[in-house]
Design a protein around this ligand. Structure first.
Ligand code: CDP
Ligand code: MG
Length: 750
């Protein structure tokens, strides 16, 4: 995937802008034509959804059919059938009719592919059927999920159905959280966690059945598990592997697993009417809000599901939506719209809210990330609003870095999203893109993660499993060779691999930490630098969602409170300050409120810290503090994140990465935003929105780079041509550095 393809969203926007004028013209013509057309083809007219029309009617408050609908549906029979017992609910699921066939299928085959619509009961039921039929007697039934939220919510639901506490017969394991016990028979987990288990138990001896759920998502972990489980099941006669998918790529899965049988769960879906935007939307967020309000004011009862790209976008939309609805409430007589966000970093009590049935006479709108596309089934959705974008973690081999980018969805995803509207009854899907964008611009299928993401973490794990021959590894879709090479190089510069590509002792230790290699290296390095207490806290803080919040009406105060923690060296130490002040203040909730900090996130950080400490103590490291010598902490981070370094450019507030000279900016949330006179900085991640932003930025001294990553950076000889340096593979990248100057810096500081 090249850089321009990954910048799909920006690109698409540019193209859109150019096309915009043309489209307008086309639309005008179309409308002209339609004057004669519509009578003959009413369907065609319906397909082109004109927001402005709906909007106009909505704002004029004409004929709210909602009210009438409310009267007709006092019993609120939409959504989950709360009138049915749990046993009855289970029996109404489509998968129930297949129960004995499925159990027999698993008994008689090593591998089995199961295809069924989202919501047909695959995830919650199949594990239970197998356990009820005694297949969990000799080993666990494991079920993997690409997403943490799904693993947790499904485990909760199934415990409820089984009638046990979560962690007893039914449990879950996600990163930094293990809610299972000796009693556990059904275990839900993220695919990443099962992959981690394979390091110590490649044949999965604890399991009798493993279900790779949501295989169509094609996450890296699931893709690697395909290959590992294929070998494990060939070695072990008593291991059964099930692969489930919501889409029809089943043949490919079956072919990979020795042409195993495919079972199809009969669908139970209702037709969904699709509406397209008449013109490309210049601002999909605004278009989204307008559509939600129009649906609420215009359309019969039924909940709304909206797909947005991330937490910030969702939070802002929720806020704006509530404000705009207030205007209607003030005018009186508008039914209440319950606004509920859902994304993976949302606290779990908030997450479960989306599953609660909507009270009669109200409507629910759920603003979700891609999480609601297939992983979560929410009942009662009649309307879907789909702007057509998704945030993906894409790796840029040229930049040598991961970054989160907003990119257009595939056709397969668009259809999945639309399908969410047809589970409870006939529904409607509003696509905020044109029909021609859907037909001509979208990829037919989503590109597997393994072909677009950084592989260094995965390769480190494979190496730790003793798998060295990566070129002949049985990938269903092999990753591009150059992204494997980049990953190997990265691991080499982190000294996790030696020059022959074999795992070093450090590399083996790094593989034990469930995090990106650079972060794992930082943690381990902190022992040598004598600042593990501090680094542990910062790493824990970096592993939880942003701790700060800023309510719209108190933004200034919140910003001032936040500034109190700011450290002149940057965000890493700022995070440390927050954590330490919280501990000093006895982890007080009130203190958190006063400082506009989510106390949940801090408590979570403390848990993560404890988990990391456990892994550390396995390696017999004891903690030590640098006692205020924070330069050591910065240096430690530099030893893991030296690749994420940038140098100030001549232009105001602009930095350029040292590796590729990519222009990057300090994120507005940073302690260094508009304050820094730093020449060199390192950053934790890049986020691409309007610009490429560095998140969590800290000042560094350039000599550290040379000192801590000698295989990567070299002090330049001013006599040598830089072009020649660039030709040498691993060492070429740092050559603008003047040795004399280092000396001066170190002298002054020393
Ligand atoms: O896996 P699949 O998409 O086929 O369906 P499922 O997740 O097993 O969901 C089956 C049914 O369980 C849904 O229709 C929901 O009614 C219910 N469910 C729930 O109430 N709460 C959850 N967290 C998950 C599922
Ligand atoms: Mg499922």
């Amino acid at each position: 995937l090249n850089r321009s393809a990954m910048r799909g969203s920006t690109l698409m926007k540019e193209v859109k802008e150019k096309k915009y004028e043309l489209a307008k013209e086309e639309q005008r013509k179309l409308r002209e034509e339609k004057k004669t057309d519509t009578a003959e083809d009413p369907f065609n007219q319906q397909q082109v959804y004109s927001r402005t029309d709906m909007e106009r009617r909505a704002y004029m408050g004409q004929s709210s059919r909602f009210e009438q609908w409310q009267k007709e549906n006092k019993s609120a029979s939409l959504g989950k059938r709360t009138d049915l017992s749990i046993a009855q609910q289970r029996e109404t699921l489509p998968v129930y009719s297949m129960r004995s066939k499925l159990v027999e299928g698993v008994r008689n085959n090593k591998f089995l592919v199961i295809v069924g619509e989202t919501g047909s009961g695959k995830t919650t039921q199949i594990t239970q059927y197998l356990a009820e039929e005694g297949l969990a007697d000799k080993g666990l039934i494991g079920c993997t999920q690409p997403r943490r939220v799904a693993a947790v919510s499904v485990a909760k639901r199934v415990s409820e159905e089984v009638g046990c506490r979560v962690g007893d017969e039914v449990g879950y394991t996600i990163r930094f959280e293990d809610v299972t016990s000796a009693k556990t028979k059904i275990k839900y987990m993220t695919d990443g966690m099962l992959l981690r288990e394979a390091i110590n138990d490649p044949y999965m001896r604890r399991y009798s059945v493993i279900m790779l759920d949501e295989a169509h998502e094609r996450t890296i972990a699931t893709d690697v598990l395909f290959a590992l489980l294929k070998v494990a099941a060939q070695k072990r006669d008593d291991l059964k592997v099930i692969v489930t998918s919501a889409t029809l790529d089943a043949n490919k899965f079956s072919t990979f697993f020795d042409s195993c049988p495919i079972m199809q769960i009969p669908g139970r879906t209702f037709p969904v009417e699709i509406y397209y935007s008449a013109e490309p939307e210049m601002d999909y967020v605004a278009a989204c809000l307008d559509s939600i309000i129009s649906i609420h004011l215009e359309q019969p009862a039924g909940d709304i599901l909206v797909f947005l790209t991330g937490k910030e976008e969702i939070d802002t939309c929720c806020e704006t939506l509530l404000e705009r609805m207030q205007v209607f409430y003030d005018q009186g007589d508008t039914p209440e719209l319950l606004v509920l966000p859902i994304y993976s970093s949302l606290p779990s009590e908030m997450q479960t809210k989306i599953f609660e049935p909507t009270p009669a006479g109200k409507r629910k709108v759920i603003l979700a990330t891609n999480i609601a596309e297939t992983s979560l089934t929410i009942d009662g959705i009649y309307y879907v609003v789909d702007p057509g974008f998704v945030k993906i973690n894409a790796y840029d081999p040229k930049l040598g870095m991961d970054s989160l980018i907003v990119s257009p969805i595939s056709k397969a995803q668009a259809n999945q999203r639309a399908g969410r509207a047809g589970r409870t009854g006939p529904g409607k899907c509003y696509r905020l893109y044109t029909k021609s964008a859907y037909e001509k611009e979208m990829n037919p299928n989503t590109i597997p993660e393994i072909q677009r993401q950084n592989l260094s973490h995965t390769i480190l794990m494979l190496k730790a499993m003793g798998i060295n021959d990566l070129l002949n590894f049985d990938f269903m879709d092999p990753p591009p060779v150059n992204s494997m090479v980049t990953a190997l190089e990265e691991l080499y510069t982190l000294t996790a691999l030696d020059a022959d590509g074999y795992l070093t002792q450090l590399g083996r230790k790094m593989a034990d930490f469930p995090m990106e290699p650079a972060l794992a290296k930082t943690l381990i390095a902190s022992f040598d630098f004598g600042c593990s207490e501090e680094v542990l806290s910062i790493v824990a803080m970096l592993s939880v969602p942003d701790v700060f919040y800023s309510p719209k009406d108190k933004r200034e105060l919140a910003d001032r409170m936040k500034a109190k923690f700011n450290d002149p060296t940057g965000d890493h130490i700022t995070l440390l300050n927050v954590y330490e002040r919280w501990i000093d203040n006895n982890q007080s909730k009130i203190w958190c409120q006063e400082h506009f900090i989510h106390d949940k996130s801090l408590r979570r950080a403390k848990e993560v810290r404890g988990q990391l400490l456990k892994i550390m103590s396995k390696h017999k490291h004891s903690l030590s503090s640098c006692g205020g010598n924070i330069d050591l902490v910065r240096k430690t981070f530099c030893s893991g994140f030296f690749k994420n370094s940038a140098k100030k450019s001549s232009e105001e507030s602009l930095f350029k990465t040292i590796i590729e000279n990519t222009p990057v900016h300090i994120h507005p949330s940073s302690a260094l935003f508009k304050k820094t006179h730093a020449e060199y900085v390192m950053f934790h991640t890049l986020v691409l929105t309007a610009k490429e932003y560095m998140r969590y930025v800290t000042k560094i001294e350039p000599k550290w780079l040379v000192e801590l990553a000698p295989t990567f950076f070299q002090v330049a000889n001013p006599q040598e041509l830089s072009a020649r340096k660039k030709a040498i593979k691993i060492q070429p990248l740092f050559n603008k550095f003047d040795e004399q100057q280092t000396w001066r810096i170190s002298k002054r500081r020393g």
